[in-house]
Design a protein around this ligand. Structure first.
Ligand SMILES: [Zn+2]
Length: 67
């Protein structure tokens, strides 16, 4: 019951899903395709250099790495 009310609480501020990897708070991508698409957008829009999508070592999702 507590789970349900917490899940639907409208006062709860939505935060993008992130994950601590070492010292970095990284954005979580649910699929490899989503991560690769985000990498392409970042390379094009922000000239961020080559970004590489990789599977998170801690959980079942993906992150981007710049090296
Ligand atoms: Zn992660």
């Amino acid at each position: 019951m507590t789970n349900r009310s917490k899940h639907l609480d409208p006062n709860r501020v939505y935060e993008p899903k992130r994950c601590w990897v070492g010292d970095t708070h990284k954005i979580i991508y649910d699929t490899l395709e989503e991560a690769e698409l985000a990498a392409k957008v970042a390379e094009y829009d922000h000239h961020s250099g080559q970004l590489k999508a990789y599977k998170c070592p801690y959980a079942d999702h993906y992150h981007l790495s710049s090296n």
